[in-house]
Design a protein around this ligand. Structure first.
Ligand code: SF4
Ligand code: SF4
Length: 348
């Protein structure tokens, strides 16, 4: 059954045979809304022509909701697992198939490979890649990808392993560093680029314009997170539009200059803090709350993260290590001000 009302431009995902729409559906935020709203958002995206849906084992009910919303429809699905054992990741593939109500998953990604040690273990004999190769050999998945926040690790992944058909990495008008190394390398190795966080994890004011900027860059597909029908319609409306106008470019320049010195890239070069402050998580928490909800962050230890800020002596050691010259202690204070407005995070 195909209820689509429009066709969106597509691009080939690296060395695969998958033609993916340039805007895909980022499946994180549908965890935060009711099942009815989630299903309506997923179906609206499909009806507007989106054919690529990205989710993860780690996004609670996101796989189930996408599976339920799109059962019987013709679409491409990418999901991922953070399990690093061959049998564990293989079992996750089986769970994903069940949740998504599919016989095969188009792209299965190693989730959140954020340092070279983790990458080395995943690629070594007895590592997670073995589990995904087994699933691919058995036809349960079509292609293997990798996701992460640290571009150097993803560069090493592409250099060291031909199995990866795609890399998924943060990319937006502020976080453009992949254009220098990762993008040319992926082009050379014919590896697709899936841009996560095209609207800065929900931090950019004009989300559709930020998505449009992203689509004008040398990536394969941008996957803004979408929680409801309105967000779906706004983000997808820009997919068929042409190049940026001079007025839009001016708005983007203004957004970029406002955000560049306030946006943490989650690279964690500033860590470890000598006093145990969990800098990266403190600065990333706001984006987690916006996309997944405070309850989820609490499950991951938000209170310990927030409490660690008490140890900051403003020694300045982290400032010298941040390649983006962010005013880290000031940003931590701002983040704490925000967390104090979230009732679930306010301790007795
Ligand atoms: S504060 Fe700077 S160094 Fe630390 S994670 Fe953020 S961007 Fe990276
Ligand atoms: S300024 Fe604060 S967060 Fe940065 S290194 Fe010093 S104690 Fe840690």
């Amino acid at each position: 059954m195909d209820s689509r009302t429009s066709r969106l431009p597509t691009r080939r995902l690296g060395k695969t045979d998958l033609e993916v729409t340039i805007v895909g559906f980022g499946g994180i935020p549908i965890q935060m809304v009711s099942e009815q709203e989630a299903i309506a958002a997923v179906r609206r995206a499909f009806d507007l022509g989106v054919n690529f849906f990205d989710t993860a084992r780690g996004y609670s009910n996101s796989e189930e909701r996408i599976g339920k919303a799109l059962e019987g429809r013709d679409y491409l699905v990418a999901t991922k697992s953070g399990n690093r054992e061959p049998e564990g990741v293989y079992q996750d593939v089986l769970r994903s198939l069940e949740n998504l109500r599919r016989d095969r998953i188009d792209l299965y990604q190693l989730h959140g490979v954020n340092d070279d040690d983790d990458l080395g273990k995943a690629l070594a004999p007895g590592g997670a890649l073995e589990g995904l190769r087994r699933a691919r050999d058995e036809g349960k998945i079509a292609h293997i990808g990798i996701t992460g926040h640290r571009r150097e690790t993803l560069v090493n992944a592409v250099r060291q392993c031909d199995d990866f058909a795609s890399v998924q990495v943060p990319f937006n008008l502020v976080e453009t560093e992949i254009l220098e190394t990762l993008v040319p390398l992926c082009q050379e190795h014919n590896v697709g680029i899936i841009a996560m966080k095209p609207v800065g994890g929900g931090n950019f004011t004009n989300a559709p314009l930020a998505v449009k900027w992203c689509l004008n860059q040398p990536i394969t597909v941008a996957i803004p997170g979408m929680a409801n029908v309105q967000e779906v319609e706004q983000d997808i409306a820009v997919a068929g539009q042409a190049e940026l106008t001079a007025d839009e470019q001016a708005q983007l320049d203004s957004m970029r200059s406002e955000l560049d010195q306030r946006t943490c890239r989650r690279c964690r070069y500033c860590e470890p803090c000598p006093n145990g402050v969990q800098i990266g998580m403190l600065l990333h928490g706001r984006s987690i709350i916006r996309r997944m909800g405070a309850a989820r962050w609490l499950e991951w230890g938000a209170l310990d993260v927030i409490a660690s800020a008490d140890n900051c002596t403003e020694c300045g050691e982290c400032l010298a290590k941040c390649p983006y010259n962010l005013p880290i202690p000031e940003l931590i204070r701002e983040a704490l001000d925000y967390y104090r407005t979230i009732p679930e995070l306010t301790k007795e």
